[in-house]
Ligand binder design. Structure first.
Ligand code: NAD
Ligand code: IPM
Ligand code: MN
Length: 360
């Protein structure tokens, strides 16, 4: 039987709570499928680890991760460790060192998920965000001089390379072509007169190679408004690192909430392992109470399975999540229910098994 090795980094706050449910679902899915198994290895990295060891992960941690087929991550960051340290030493380090330059975030209102937009039909909220995930505003380049003095200078430099910009835009065009959908670029060329003017030019250039793909291009401020007012305009979307970060939390809000928003950090060349994680953070406000919604983490687990080659299974898993939502019997408080994280995980497993009984 085929065995996959998955590195698990539960991380901080609700990270471990939701990841447990994702693992439970992957194990159930593998046993229902019956053709493969998944071996999980736990890495106890995160803010607690930092307080003990003075670092977020082992020094050669990324070496250790290299031998896995994929990484499954909960969330990183907790009060007590400055966020810029915890994130740059673990999450962003992995995204960058493993050249996971594509961040795929479906903003899709699943059947049964709450639709907060008045007069917008469920099926019109169906976007696939492709966020640049390796450079741009997150390049980490900058300087801080004369700290605390009146002459203090702070620079945070966005770096957009031709290679980095071309590859993400090309990836997005390929995705749109394969899905037979339109592609929308979101940028800000009016104010960011170097980086985003360049982005727009590259989008135009690469677009010439894809005459069959219908395109649109919006400024990020207008795009934020249109995502709420006319979400049907957005099918496949490509945007920069920071804009993608912000717009996918906005997107999560119109697609059932952060508890339902999944993401995948992909190294398309498959030289390095890819990493799957919900969009949400460690939610310190609800951590430890067993009430975090695990559906985002479970959906990310579905993306992981799809990445390993089990697309059909991933589709069944999404159908199982939809069954849980439509039935509305077992939901966490963010979705108006009274159930626990682990009850929701178990309910997804139950629905998935039912789907298997019907289809196999
Ligand atoms: P957050 O996503 O953790 O929480 C925002 C709000 O959404 C909170 O009210 C929280 O309770 C709620 N929420 C989030 N996920 C939920 C879930 N699964 N079920 C129910 N409610 C949920 O964002 P934040 O509060 O801005 O950040 C908290 C910490 O997480 C910070 O340290 C931040 O840097 C970090 N963070 C990490 C990641 C990541 O690891 N990928 C992502 C975002 C934020
Ligand atoms: C996300 C998170 C991260 C990001 C933070 C925690 C660095 O918000 O994955 O959306 O900005 O990419
Ligand atoms: Mn974010």
């Amino acid at each position: 039987m085929k065995t996959y090795k998955v590195a698990v980094i539960p991380g901080d706050g609700i990270g471990p709570e939701v990841i447990n449910e994702g693992i439970k679902v992957i194990e159930a899915a593998a046993s229902l499928e019956g053709t493969f198994q998944v071996e999980f290895t736990n890495f106890p990295w995160g803010c607690e680890y930092y307080l003990e060891h003075g670092r977020m992960m082992d020094e050669d941690g990324t070496n250790a991760l290299m031998q896995y087929d994929a990484i499954y991550l909960g969330a990183v960051g907790f009060p007590g460790v400055p966020d810029h340290i915890s994130l740059w030493d673990l999450l962003l380090r992995i995204r960058k060192e493993f050249d996971q330059y594509v961040n795929i975030r479906p903003i899709k209102l699943l059947r049964g998920a709450p639709n907060i937009l008045k007069n917008i039909k469920e099926e019109n909220i169906d976007m696939l965000f492709i966020r640049e995930n390796s450079e741009g505003e997150y390049s980490g380049a900058g300087e801080r001089l004369f700290r605390g003095k009146p002459e203090e200078i702070v620079m945070q430099t966005g770096i957009f390379t031709r290679k980095g910009t071309e590859r993400i835009i090309r990836y997005a065009f390929e995705t749109a072509r394969n899905l037979n959908k339109s592609l929308t670029s979101i940028s800000k060329g009016n104010a960011l007169n170097y980086s985003m003017v360049f982005w727009d030019e590259v989008f135009e250039e690469i677009g010439k190679e894809y005459p069959d793909v219908q395109t649109a291009s919006y400024l990020v401020d207008a795009a934020a408004m249109l995502m709420i007012k006319q979400p049907h305009r957005f099918e496949v979307v490509v945007t920069s690192n920071l804009f993608g970060d912000i717009l996918t939390d906005l997107g999560a809000a119109i697609a059932g909430g952060l508890g339902l928003a999944a993401g995948a950090n992909i190294n398309p060349d498959r030289i390095y392992p890819s990493m799957f994680e919900p969009i949400h953070g460690s939610a310190p406000d609800i951590a430890g109470q067993g009430i975090a919604n695990p559906l985002a983490a479970i959906w990310s687990a579905g993306q992981l399975l799809e990445f390993l080659g089990y697309r059909n299974l991933a589709e069944k898993l999404i159908a199982a999540i939809e069954h849980v939502l439509v039935e509305s019997m077992v939901l966490t408080p963010d979705l108006g229910g009274t159930s626990s994280t682990s009850e929701v995980g178990s309910q997804v497993v139950e629905k998935l098994s039912e789907i298997y009984k019907v289809t196999n």
